[in-house]
Write a protein that binds this ligand. Structure first.
Ligand code: BGP
Length: 477
């Protein structure tokens, strides 16, 4: 079957990397505001180094992002010009509940998203809203320990209830947690987890993820009750593991790694923990002590669709002395058959088709590719007519190959795919490095690693290419 006529084409962003205005409109401080650019970044994202904003001289790129807060009208107009019929964005939790545990939401924050969604509506663009994309009010982290604490479920419940009620009729596609498996890799960024030196981090991560899973099921329930038209998805950082060799131990290792990634969406898609999870928890000495009501909550409120980010496949071996690589916070074995981006993320379009087939075989639920793309250094150049552009053929090549791959998954393999929102459709701050230099967009933003720049927007060559792709519903690549 060819791509359906109402296939959703668009792009993806997240509040923490583009919105900025961190002290405006009554917004409270969030974990993402205190993740610095520079050498401390990784330790802070992992929750092993704790930053005190008052005592720090570091630069915190999320605080200004690309100033989407003041540029959303211009940005959405540009998305519409490309032909988007979907726009993935996220809510900054601390804009709605600045502390996280208040009784009443911050009206100014709600009004901001009202304006954004109205702007989308004006152009016939469906918002696809991630409720939490790596952000958590700092007050919830200081006072309750972030997602380690089951009380987070009720704060999240309050947040989603406000959102579903307020934006009923304006938003119908929702994602509960961005890349839920990221909690295992960057737990402070993923779930506001900070660790003490002697703490059992593994255990804390799985307990926190369990709280997120309960919160996600609860959100799905509430979303459906408030508006039966709501579609709620889970979201994982995907990319199948390949065994480095046909050595059975390598194949087994790849299976274990895939399970580690799928564990959480197994629960969100099927409604219960898989048997291999129970085994894992036993090894960790972890007892989730689930009540019958909680089991029922998970069971009765599975997601409507499976969304995922895909940048690369992954590879793993048990053998010594084989090269390593890292992509999207996932360390693994270097696949000798693949080229890589300037940041070492390996490039594998066929891996997208493989990953989609694995997910669809496993869950038989519609898929949504909500992130994909190439982070690259761009050069803004002036054309003869005086206007500016970026000749980003490398980005076009990457996206073309991945679109071809997902079309094959749909047309030849029969996978159901709702839409495609490549990451960072407008340049924004890199999550892993905090750089602006790692650009993904169709739109260039004049903003640089050191925080300089005018925030002015420029269309790249890929802007016009993607416009054609959308216009032809993926026929003209
Ligand atoms: C995913 C995140 C995004 C995004 C993307 C690209 O993990 O969901 O927030 O940033 O990766 O990663 P990076 O910005 O590090 O290049």
């Amino acid at each position: 079957m060819p791509l359906s006529k109402d296939f959703l084409w668009g792009g993806a962003t997240a509040a923490n990397q583009c919105e900025g205005a961190y002290q405006e409109g009554g917004r409270g401080l969030a974990n993402v505001d205190i993740i610095p650019h520079g050498e401390d970044r990784l330790a802070v994202m992992k929750g092993t180094k704790h930053i005190q904003l008052e005592n720090s001289t570091s630069f915190f790129p999320a605080q200004q992002g690309i100033d989407f807060y003041h540029h959303y009208e211009e940005d959405i107009r540009l998305f519409a010009e490309m032909g988007f019929n979907v726009f993935r964005m996220s809510i900054a939790w601390s804009r709605i509940f600045p502390m996280g545990d208040e009784e009443e939401p911050n009206e100014e924050g709600l009004q901001f998203y009202d304006r954004v969604f109205q702007e989308c509506k004006k152009y016939g663009i469906e918002p696809l809203v991630t409720i939490t994309h790596f952000d958590c009010p700092m007050h919830l982290i200081h006072t309750y320990g972030g997602w380690k604490n089951p009380k987070m479920i009720s704060f999240y419940e309050k947040l989603v209830t406000v959102l579903f009620k307020r934006f009923k009729g304006l938003v119908r596609y929702w994602i509960t947690f961005n890349e839920i498996n990221m909690i295992l890799h960057l737990p402070f960024m993923g779930a506001g987890l900070q660790f003490q030196p002697e703490e059992d981090q593994e255990k804390a991560k799985y307990i926190s993820a369990h709280h997120e899973l309960l919160a996600s099921a609860l959100a799905t329930k509430i979303a459906h009750e408030i508006d039966p038209n709501n579609k709620v998805g889970c979201m994982m950082a995907a990319g199948d593991y390949y065994p480095y060799s046909s050595l059975p131990e390598d194949v087994w290792e790849a299976k274990l790694k895939d399970r580690e990634n799928m564990l959480f969406i197994d629960v969100q898609a099927r409604g219960y923990y898989p048997s291999y999870a129970h085994k894992k928890f036993q090894e960790l000495g972890l007892d989730l002590a689930m009540t019958k009501e909680e089991e029922q909550l998970l069971k009765e409120n599975t997601v409507d669709f499976i969304s995922f980010s895909y940048y690369s496949s992954r590879c793993i071996t048990t053998q010594e002395g084989v090269g390593e690589t890292i992509g999207n916070a996932f360390k693994g074995t270097k696949n000798p058959y693949l080229k890589a981006s300037e940041w070492g993320w390996q490039i594998d379009p066929l891996g997208l088709r493989i990953t989609m087939n694995s997910l669809y075989d496993r869950y038989q639920k519609p898929l949504f590719i909500v992130e994909n793309g190439l982070g690259a250094k761009d050069k803004l150049i002036q054309k003869e007519d005086g206007t500016y552009t970026v000749e980003d053929d490398y980005r076009i090549d990457y996206l073309r190959a991945h679109i071809q791959a997902f079309k094959q998954a749909v047309e030849e393999d029969g996978v159901e795919l709702w839409g495609y929102t490549p990451w960072g459709c407008i340049d924004l701050v890199s999550a892993s490095t905090g750089e602006m230099d790692k650009r993904y967009g169709f739109i260039y933003v004049d903003r640089h690693n050191d925080g300089s720049g005018s925030f002015k927007r420029y269309k790249k060559k890929s802007f016009y290419w993607y416009q054609q792709v959308i216009k032809s519903n993926g026929e003209q690549l």
